[in-house]
Design a protein around this ligand. Structure first.
Ligand SMILES: [Zn+2]
Length: 256
């Protein structure tokens, strides 16, 4: 994997957005393998497909690519994305593609992170202010993806601060989290929201500590008045899928 963009491609482009699009898509097409099945190449969809940008011919996984120029280390807290309602309906219909987020600086890749599609739940999407009446697209409302609301397991690094992660480690990391895939939005939201709370606790924690998130989780799920039983149920799911161990009554340990 080389980190450099092919800047000869953008001589005829003027808009910064278009330049970034051309450079990052070209780079991903030349360098990226399928992080889900390990196939060495990804295929570019023809231009103007509404949702995904790349797909794998073997496992049929689809990927969308977003990028941001960023001089500092890390991936930052937020990604600016498209229209809010479109994003929410894609998430609700469970048909959003997997997501690659790339940061670059001086025409070189700094970070590339894979976010599997089942980590996309409404609570990670923030509504931006509608465009003002004087704007060309008045009333149009965009969204941000809040990266800090995504559990650690949902951010699989392919390149981290200019260091390439070994392919087999990336594919293994994906396989480990694949058991978190669920087929309904409600179960997906609960699992991801509880996992995000677990991230904030130490390697060993108690049920009491988890209950400190009751209010927060109730705000995210206002229709549910049985938040604590729901927390226990999600902890059981995380245990059954190999992410947690129950040590003694009310005590939990994260599996590394
Ligand atoms: Zn694949």
């Amino acid at each position: 994997m080389t980190f450099d963009f092919n800047t000869s491609l953008i001589e005829n482009y003027h808009s910064a957005t278009q330049k970034a699009r051309v450079l990052t898509e070209d780079w991903l097409g030349r360098n990226m393998y399928c992080p889900i099945c390990g196939t060495p190449v990804l295929t570019h969809f023809e231009a103007n497909r509404p949702v995904a940008d790349f797909y794998c011919q073997v496992c049929k996984s689809e990927y969308e690519l977003k990028s941001k120029e960023k001089s500092s280390a890390g991936i930052g807290d937020r990604i600016v994305d498209g229209e809010y309602s479109t994003m929410i309906s894609r998430i609700t219909a469970l048909n959003n593609p997997n997501f690659f987020f790339l940061t670059h600086y001086n025409n070189r890749v700094r970070n590339l992170v894979l976010i599997p599609n089942y980590f996309f739940v409404p609570s990670i999407i923030e509504k931006r202010k509608p465009l003002s009446e004087n704007a060309r697209r008045a009333g149009w409302t965009g969204c941000n993806i809040n990266l800090t609301s995504i559990p650690q397991y949902g951010k699989i690094f392919v390149v981290q601060d200019s260091i390439e992660i070994e392919h087999s480690l990336v594919v293994d990391a994906y396989r480990k989290v694949e058991s978190l895939r669920t087929n309904s939005l409600d179960s997906r939201s609960w699992l991801m929201d509880v996992l995000h709370c677990v991230d904030k606790l130490g390697d060993e924690f108690t049920l009491e500590e988890m209950y400190s998130f009751t209010k927060l989780l109730h705000l995210k799920h206002p229709d549910n008045n049985n938040v604590q039983p729901k927390i226990r149920q999600q902890l059981q799911i995380l245990r059954d899928r190999g992410f947690l161990q129950f040590t003694t009554r009310g005590h939990y340990k994260k599996v590394k």
